[in-house]
Design a protein around this ligand. Structure first.
Ligand SMILES: [Mn+2]
Length: 411
């Protein structure tokens, strides 16, 4: 191994075939960006490789489903690989569930700087820099028929820096026992490091978050290895749209003006950090007290959303409110349950349904036979205990809003 630092980029799960999803609607001015986001983010991965003068790049699968991404996806990858080839950067690619070597069309040859690992057995490659080996890479592409166990990737302590490239779910305990200095893993869309010392096992995540669940920065990882084999990982953000979730507690005493000020302050702070991208923001208001009813039922949340969109959503790097969800507070005052009133009866009934978790709710008894047989009926079969608890919380709060007369008083 030469005395210099070895540097490479690790990326995975481009999913070029998968556009953004989970948005009820997308404003006109963000439509093109949303459509192109997966491609723009993947381009930034290759830009980073060139900008950082890396020695090589490792890709751990699910770059695209060739069939669903179509010619655009294939042409894009070929073009990017060609850019790397012109700069002498090699690519080591282990296919995932979607991009095994069998899925890549045989009529479209890969450039000679790209090595796509086979799916039948482990393959070893040596990477050279200036005629000297700088790393050893062992890899295999995903296959339904063949599951590789980490113990098959054996490194040897006296050997040069060894990288394993593979797609799938792995347990840190099984990986750490092998003599592999860097596990380049793929198959998770959120960035995750299983361990980082003395060796490392890492999922870089997708370069672009696709839906409301994939919040936070997305990108690729720049790995630097010093001559002693010590590894340093650096996250390089590549996402062009970033999903963000912000929780705000709306307290008992808050007025409409107070809340408006809090929302603006929060948006100001988010807009200041947006950087070279757009933010897609879901605000979750945990509401109790005077404002809660109005937020839930008389369009106050929509009113706020519209104002904040006008102010922050049309900038060059917009902070766009996807939705304002109004959630019930996590606990309700105990005395409400004890009230000798219709509300008290209602809350006690909700609580008994909450506690009798095993008992089915039989919501479909409120539907016509025709409704019950269709998708509406299936949607009311609440089997998941967490979903059931959520539903009960919403039911309790709806009852409170209606029976305490807050809706009528709200102005
Ligand atoms: Mn994936």
């Amino acid at each position: 191994m030469s005395g210099e630092l070895t540097r490479f980029i690790h990326a995975s799960d481009f999913h070029l075939e998968q556009p953004l999803y989970g948005l009820a609607s997308i404003p006109e001015h963000l439509r093109d960006l949303a459509l192109d986001a997966p491609y723009l983010a993947a381009t930034r991965v290759f830009d980073s490789a060139i900008l950082e003068h890396v020695d090589f790049i490792v890709l751990s699968g699910d770059l695209l489903d060739p069939l669903h991404a179509g010619p655009r996806g294939l042409a894009f990858l070929l073009e990017q690989f060609q850019r790397l080839r012109e700069r002498g950067i090699q690519v080591f690619w282990a296919g995932g569930r979607l991009d095994s070597p069998e899925a890549w069309p045989a009529t479209v040859p890969l450039p000679p700087n790209v090595h796509l690992f086979g799916s039948g057995r482990l393959e070893d490659r040596i990477v050279e820099r200036d005629g000297e080996p700088c790393a050893a890479i062992v890899g295999i592409s995903w296959s339904d028929r063949l599951r590789v166990h980490p113990s098959e990737f054996r490194g040897d302590a006296s050997e040069r820096f060894k990288i394993a490239v593979v797609h799938g779910e792995f347990d840190a305990a099984a990986l750490v026992r092998q003599n592999i200095q860097y596990w380049a893993l793929g198959g998770e869309h959120q960035r995750r490091t299983l361990y980082s010392t003395p060796y490392a096992a890492h999922y870089p995540g997708s370069p672009q978050g696709r839906c409301g669940e994939e919040t936070g920065p997305h990108g690729c990882t720049l790995v630097s290895v010093d001559p002693d084999g010590k590894t340093r990982m650096q996250a390089l953000p590549t996402d062009v749209l970033r999903w963000h979730e912000e929780r705000i507690v709306v307290s008992e005493s808050m007025t409409k003006n107070d809340l408006e000020r809090v929302l603006r302050d929060r948006m100001q702070a988010l807009a200041a950090e947006v950087g070279d991208r757009a933010l897609l923001i879901r605000l979750r208001l945990e509401a109790s007290g005077r404002l809660a009813g109005g937020l839930r039922h008389s369009g106050l949340a929509d009113e706020f959303a519209a104002e904040l969109r006008t102010e922050y959503g049309h900038r060059r790097h917009p902070a766009w409110i996807v939705a304002i969800d109004v959630e019930p507070p996590s606990t309700l005052p105990v005395e409400w349950y004890e009230e000798d009133s219709i509300l008290g009866d209602f809350l006690r009934s909700v609580r008994s349904h909450e506690q009798g978790k095993a008992e089915p709710l039989r919501l479909s008894s409120y539907l016509s036979d025709e409704q019950a047989a269709g998708p509406f009926g299936r949607a009311l079969e609440i089997a998941d205990p967490a979903a059931r608890a959520r539903l009960m919380r919403h039911a309790a709060v709806l009852g409170i809003d209606m029976l305490r007369g807050e809706l009528a008083n709200e102005d």
